[in-house]
Design a protein around this ligand. Structure first.
Ligand code: BGC
Length: 519
């Protein structure tokens, strides 16, 4: 067992300050390739909204929906026409993702992060091809399920890959590449949809089929990517693990970091059932975060805004081009948010971004709700001044989400888990995220119809509660090596009571064993 742990003031200290290394071009390249996984996630999130509103697509697969759409063309009210079957088609992707991510967790742990990236990329490739060539609903849905499996594997492995490859000092920025490529994927999908909508009757095939391009990049990239040192050590391939660590850190002096990896992997290998282990009391803080952070990310209401923006733009009299304008606007703003996050997350810290953005998002939700209460839903178009105000507020909301809950919803969970439960924990994160994405997608229109402007007050209340949760319960993870996060829980005002109990029990057992052995 690698030594070097100190006890000071009752709290164990790690050896993080002994870590060496610089940012090598090798690690930068590897991370950029891995981050293409995000672009596929984004492309699939972004493409379906546009495709499911294309007439050619609806006539071919959902003729009933097409007829209803024509009847409800001129709505400017809260209760837009809502077709559960069509939303279910959109959501099938998330359901496939949330189930398959558990299989991904096994592959990621047993065969490495790279393997899951390759499986995810291939599944995207097949799904994209099948969707582009669909002749009937069965082909369409199987294609959609394959894309969902791609998301289940990609979102499980890519954030872990990025967090493990990055030096702790820039782990936040590196991991946020995932969010950046997700946003770019959404943006590109929306722009492509705008143009393919004009290509009759096969434009939708091009929209769905173009997913093949990043899928190919992800699959081929995955074949050539190096495995993470953490995963190699976890698989017992110590020499290779050390070699890769030296290569990505650009120095031979990696002993301290390597010792941490070996120590973590010894614990990891003694754990036979990672999911059962996740339920143990000592892993309670991580489990709570793995469930709360992704669900809260979706409960901010961000995706509803992405979805709702075209309606607002339509009400401003922008007619047919409304969806393009809103897509470009929200896409650009959310990408800007991701860039701000990359530049600030390792300096300002995760907690600061959560708290600042939380405040900004609450204010935006409340004012939007007031403006809508005053002028929307009376069957008339919104006056221009109000409309512009709402659009600006949507931008301010979206950019705040873009530098906080968006990227941090993936980053923070990926840096909390010890090696033994990391793959299992990330599977929980992905499945909770996709479950809530599906729930919001499925219920937003019905909620909007019933709660009217009150839905934004509901989101404001939820953002307030989640900000309090972060403030009280999430320790800062900035700059802390992942394998040393356990010391942070032991220092935390609340979690120390929960995680310490187990430790103390273990110590008691150890001393009892010592007594029994006659020491
Ligand atoms: C979220 C998605 C969202 C995207 C862009 C991601 O972090 O998980 O649900 O659509 O950011 O806002």
């Amino acid at each position: 067992m690698a030594g070097g742990m100190m006890i000071s003031g009752g709290v164990k200290q790690g050896r993080a300050e002994l870590y060496e290394g610089r940012i090598t071009s090798y690690v930068v390249l590897a991370c950029i390739v891995a981050a293409t996984g995000g672009s596929l996630f984004g492309y699939d999130l972004g493409v379906s909204g546009g495709v499911t509103s294309m007439d050619d697509f609806l006539i071919k697969f959902f003729p009933k929906v097409y007829r209803r759409k024509k009847e409800h063309l001129h709505e400017t009210d809260y209760c837009k026409y809502d077709n559960q079957l069509l939303t279910l088609f959109t959501s099938s992707l998330y359901f496939a993702g949330l189930v398959s991510t558990f299989a991904a967790s096994h592959v990621t742990r047993k065969y490495g992060r790279r393997m899951s990236i390759i499986v995810g990329g291939s599944s995207f490739l097949l799904g994209g091809a099948l969707n582009a060539g669909s002749q009937n609903i069965a082909m369409l849905i199987i294609g959609r399920l394959l894309l969902g499996i791609g998301i289940g594997f990609g979102n499980q492995a890519v954030p872990l890959y990025l967090s493990e490859m990055a030096p702790p000092k820039i782990r936040g920025a590196t991991n946020n590449l995932f969010q950046l490529t997700t946003c770019l994927g959404i943006f590109v999908a929306n722009v492509i949809n705008f143009f393919t909508n004009k290509l009759h009757p096969w434009g939708w095939r091009l929209s769905l089929g173009l997913a093949i391009v990043p899928a190919l990049l992800m699959t081929v990239g995955g074949i050539f990517l190096p495995e993470t040192p953490n995963s190699l050590v976890e698989q017992g391939r110590l020499d290779e693990g050390r070699q890769i660590l030296e290569k990505i850190r650009g120095t031979k002096n990696v002993q301290a970091e390597f010792d941490d990896l070996v120590e973590a992997s010894e614990i990891a290998r003694s754990v036979k059932h990672p999911f059962r282990n996740l339920l143990q009391r000592k892993n309670r803080p991580q489990l709570v975060m793995a469930c709360c952070i992704p669900s809260c990310q979706q409960l901010t209401g961000n995706n509803s805004f992405l979805f709702y923006a075209p309606v607002i733009f339509q009400s401003l009299g922008m007619g047919n081009d409304a969806s393009l304008y809103s897509a470009i606007m929200t896409g650009a703003v959310i990408t800007l948010g991701a860039i701000v996050s990359i530049c600030t997350v390792d300096r300002l810290g995760r907690r600061f971004l959560f708290m600042e953005a939380g405040t900004q998002m609450i204010i935006c939700h409340v004012i939007i709700s007031i403006l809508l209460a005053l002028k929307f839903g009376k069957g008339e178009e919104i006056p221009t001044g109000y409309g512009v105000g709402i659009v600006l507020l949507i931008c301010l909301f979206t950019v705040a989400f873009g530098w906080s809950w968006g990227p941090l919803g993936w980053l923070v969970p990926s840096e909390l888990f010890p090696l033994e439960t990391r793959s299992a924990g990330q599977a929980v994160v992905v499945s909770v995220n996709l479950l809530f994405t599906a729930i919001i997608a499925q219920s937003f229109l019905a909620l909007l119809c019933n709660l009217k402007y009150g839905i934004f007050l509901l989101f404001a209340g939820l953002v307030f509660l989640m900000s309090v949760f972060i403030f009280l319960l999430l320790p800062e993870t900035k700059g802390i090596p992942i394998e040393e996060m356990r010391f942070e829980w032991e220092k935390h005002w609340y979690w120390k009571r929960i995680v310490k109990d187990d430790d103390d029990q273990a110590k008691d057992m150890e001393s009892n064993n010592g007594v029994n052995k006659g020491f």
